[in-house]
Design a protein around this ligand. Structure first.
Ligand SMILES: [Ca+2]
Length: 157
């Protein structure tokens, strides 16, 4: 992989506001975020995350007694998993300047659900977002949210 590209927390904040996320929902952990390709985030990394969860005996389970490991735990886990990958990648590239990936836990109140929101660049270099379903269900990795659902986001961190 070539030199990692980044955005600042301010860039992310402005993107989220323009998307319709209410002011105050975004809590930045770091000042600079590394951008990764969406096909990596929804492909290899997602599959490794699902394998790691399975090795920990943590899979999506609708049974009430196991539902205490639920959506926001999956979302937090995916953020951390991406940041661990990013750290390894930085060491490999000797490219240390962005603390985190542009991947955040995202609470969508209207859905009563937590996902991840990611920022990435498309083939034309335009900054884009995607909502990733982090409870491993291979049929639904990227979700599309309505404007009302986006407006109901209470937390991005
Ligand atoms: Ca939980």
């Amino acid at each position: 992989m070539k030199h990692l590209e980044s955005i600042t927390a301010q860039d992310a904040f402005e993107y989220f506001l323009a998307l319709g996320v209410k002011n105050g929902a975004f809590h930045s952990r770091d000042g600079v975020y590394a951008l990764y390709p969406l096909d990596l985030l929804t492909g290899t990394l997602y599959e490794q995350f699902a394998e790691w969860l399975a090795a920990c005996d943590l899979a999506y389970d609708s049974a009430p007694e196991t539902a205490d490991w639920d959506c926001e735990d999956f979302a937090q886990g995916y953020v951390l998993f991406c940041n661990i990958y990013h750290r390894q990648n930085q060491r490999f590239l000797k490219d240390h300047w962005a603390n985190s990936t542009a991947v955040w836990e995202c609470w969508v109140n209207e859905l009563q659900h937590a996902l991840c929101i990611v920022l990435y660049r498309d083939e034309e270099g335009k900054l884009c977002h995607a909502f990733i379903e982090t409870q491993p269900k291979s049929f639904r990795r990227v979700r599309t949210l309505t404007a009302e659902q986006i407006a109901s986001i209470s937390l991005i961190r």
